[in-house]
Design a protein around this ligand. Structure first.
Ligand SMILES: [Zn+2]
Ligand SMILES: [Zn+2]
Length: 269
């Protein structure tokens, strides 16, 4: 992988097109939030906009470079015949489906690890400190957490021999899913509950943002909820309608600035 190829991929028109698509979907979700909100807007829905956009911008920059590095590395590994799928020669569609399953299981696993490890929780709690959850919470991620997540997905994608296309497809599905599950939208309860048997719905993921630790440490699913059900970490989605968002001790204005959130992993006490 040459440096030229790396920058050409990271700053390619298709990389910027995917960011444009993401921003369009954020605007669309924000419009739907106004029409059918799950919770009435409070002062935090406005107050969190600046820190959430600041962290989202950093996330998108980190994303450009990690995605380019991973896509180029996977293409090189594919050429070299490295990884499980490159040895098995499965039907391409079956391979795509298995790759998405493996990468989604990986996302579940690293998310659980970030709750269980005190060191990783320091980074991940930045996402959980949001006192209001809406579409702008989706990419509210400390860059330290982004590095952990990208390293994890890189290892699993490389070992499984996922193709660059399978990786890109999973990242696209994951991005759309992140926006929809954080959006402050009220789907008909029966529809949300039924869908939550397959994917993390708006209500399902809201349980994960509960202030009560017993609920925070459940509903880890990134896309498919089968992992939560398999490992007994699922809480019924309807609970998401009545949880209190945020983390105790971080509800003051000073803790919620972009600068304070970036410093949060290194804060003592
Ligand atoms: Zn979490
Ligand atoms: Zn979340």
């Amino acid at each position: 992988m040459t440096l030229d190829a790396f920058f050409a991929t990271a700053l390619s028109p298709s990389a910027f097109a995917s960011i444009a698509l993401l921003l369009t979907l954020i605007a669309l979700a924000a419009a739907i939030e106004f029409v059918i909100p799950l919770h009435a807007r409070n002062r935090w829905n406005s107050a969190h906009l600046v820190p959430n956009f600041a962290l989202s911008t950093i996330y998108l920059a980190v994303n450009l470079f990690f995605t380019a590095a991973i896509v180029l590395a996977l293409a090189a590994l594919q050429q070299a015949g490295f990884g499980l799928f490159n040895a098995l020669a499965l039907d391409p569609l079956l391979e795509l489906a298995f790759a998405v399953l493996i990468l989604d299981f990986q996302a579940y696993g690293v998310h659980v690890a970030m709750h269980e490890s005190r060191a990783m929780w320091r980074f991940h709690r930045v996402h959980h400190t949001d006192p209001a959850v809406d579409v702008t919470t989706a990419l509210r991620q400390h860059p330290g957490e982004s590095v952990i997540r990208f390293l994890s997905i890189a290892v699993f994608a490389a070992a499984s021999g996922a193709s660059p296309e399978a990786f890109a497809l999973y990242r696209l599905l994951s991005g759309v899913q992140a926006l929809s599950e954080h959006a402050n939208v009220r789907l008909p309860l029966r529809l949300d509950t039924a869908l939550s048997w397959l994917i993390a719905t708006p209500n399902y993921h809201k349980v994960h943002h509960s202030r009560a630790r017993g609920e925070t440490d459940t509903n880890y699913a990134n896309i498919l909820t089968v992992w939560d059900r398999l490992f007994l970490t699922a809480t019924p989605a309807h609970r998401g309608c009545s949880v209190s968002y945020g983390l105790d001790g971080f509800d003051d204005r000073e803790s919620q600035t972009a600068r304070a959130l970036l410093a949060l992993p290194f804060r003592t006490a």
